[in-house]
Design a protein around this ligand. Structure first.
Ligand code: MEV
Length: 308
C-alpha cells in the first residue's frame, strides 16, 4: 500500500491580500491529511466522512458531484491517468474552518498517486494536481494552502515567487480556536472581490497594508521578535474586520485571547466563521490559552510550530 501526506496550515498574516499577489506568512501544522492508495476495479475515493466519497466520473449523486469533479481534475493532472486506484483519505483537522483541510487532502491524494506512478520527486506535479482539486472548491485559490501542505515549515508565500521558507530559531507556540461556524473560502473571496469593485482604492489600500504586515511579521519571526509579530497579528485582525470578514464570535475570541495574555490574535483563513489563532510566549501559555478559549469555541487546540 502507498501513502501520501499533506499538512494543515495556519495563516499568521496576510489572508485575502495573498489572492491579489501580496505575501502571506503561514505555518504548517503537524496535523493534516493522510491518503492510502491501493488497487481497485474502478477509481474510488473513500473517506471516513461520507461527504468526501467519490468515484471518477461515476457518481450521479448531487452531493458528491463537486468531490467527483475535484477528484477527476486531480487525477487528470497526471499525464498517465492512474486507473484502477482506491484512495482512502483520513483528515486530522476540522474541514471548512480555514486550517487548510482541503489543500492537505489534495496534496495527500496527489502525493500518493505520484508515488504510485514512480514520480514522488515531482513536487511541481503534486502541487499542480492539488491546485486543480482546490480550484473546484475555491475558484481562484492563491496557492498558499497547497504550498504549506506540500512544503511544511514556516514561510512567506506569494503568487509570483511561491513559497519562501522563513527560518525560525525557536519553536512557535500558538492556540487555535474553532468558532464552530463553517465558512466557505469561495464565498469569502468573492465577497472581498465585490467590495473591491464597489469601493476601489480603499480596499486596495487595506490589502496593501495587509501585505506589508506579512513582510514585517516574517522579519520579526526571523529575529524571534514575538512582540512585533503579535502586534502585526492584532492589526491584521482589525484590517480583516474592516473588510467585513470577522464575526461577533471571532471578535469575542480575539478579545478573550488578548485578555488572557496572548501576544497577538486574529482570525485565520477566509473569515466569516472558522478559526482564530493566538500567539503565545510558551507551550504552557498556548495550552492555557486553548483552555481559556474553550468556553467560547467549539474546540480549541495548542500547537507547536517547529523550527525547520
Ligand atoms: C484561505 O486559506 C486563504 C485565502 O487567502 C484564500 C486563498 O489564499 O486562496 C482567503
Amino acid at each position: 500500500m502507498i501513502q501520501g501526506r499533506g499538512r494543515g496550515k495556519v495563516i499568521l498574516l496576510g489572508e485575502h491580500a495573498v489572492v491579489y499577489g501580496y505575501p502571506a506568512l503561514a505555518a504548517a501544522l503537524d496535523r493534516g491529511a493522510e491518503a492510502e492508495l491501493s488497487a481497485s476495479s474502478d477509481d474510488r475515493l473513500v473517506s471516513a466522512t461520507a461527504l468526501l466519497n467519490a468515484r471518477r466520473k461515476h457518481s450521479h449523486d448531487e452531493k458528491c458531484e463537486q468531490i467527483d469533479e475535484a477528484f477527476t481534475a486531480l487525477l487528470e493532472s497526471f499525464s498517465a491517468i492512474p486507473l484502477g486506484v482506491c484512495l482512502k483519505i483520513q483528515l486530522e483537522i476540522p474541514p471548512g474552518v480555514g486550517l487548510g483541510g482541503s489543500a492537505a487532502t489534495g496534496i495527500a491524494l496527489s502525493a500518493a498517486i505520484a508515488a504510485h506512478l514512480g514520480r514522488s520527486g515531482d513536487l511541481a506535479l503534486i502541487e499542480s494536481a492539488a491546485l486543480a482539486w482546490e480550484r473546484v472548491f475555491h475558484g481562484t485559490p492563491s496557492g498558499v494552502d497547497t504550498a504549506l501542505a506540500l512544503h511544511g515549515g514556516v514561510g512567506l508565500f506569494d503568487k509570483m515567487r511561491g513559497f519562501q521558507r522563513v527560518d525560525i530559531k525557536e519553536p512557535l507556540h500558538i492556540a487555535i480556536a474553532n468558532s464552530g461556524a463553517k465558512t466557505s473560502t469561495r464565498e469569502m473571496v468573492e465577497a472581498v472581490a465585490l467590495r473591491r469593485e464597489q469601493e476601489g482604492e480603499a480596499v486596495d489600500e487595506i490589502l496593501r497594508s495587509i501585505g506589508l504586515l506579512a513582510k514585517r511579521g516574517a522579519l520579526a519571526l526571523n529575529d524571534n521578535d514575538l512582540l512585533t509579530l503579535g502586534e502585526a497579528m492584532n492589526e491584521n485582525h482589525r484590517l480583516l474586520a474592516g473588510l467585513g470578514l470577522s464575526t461577533p464570535s471571532l471578535d469575542a475570541l480575539q478579545r478573550a485571547a488578548l485578555n488572557e495574555g496572548a501576544l497577538g490574535a486574529k482570525l485565520t483563513g477566509s473569515g466569516g466563521g472558522g478559526a482564530l489563532v493566538a500567539l503565545a510566549r510558551s507551550r504552557e501559555q498556548a495550552e492555557a490559552l486553548a483552555l481559556a478559549l474553550s468556553s467560547l469555541a467549539l474546540e480549541t487546540s495548542s500547537y507547536e510550530i517547529k523550527p525547520w
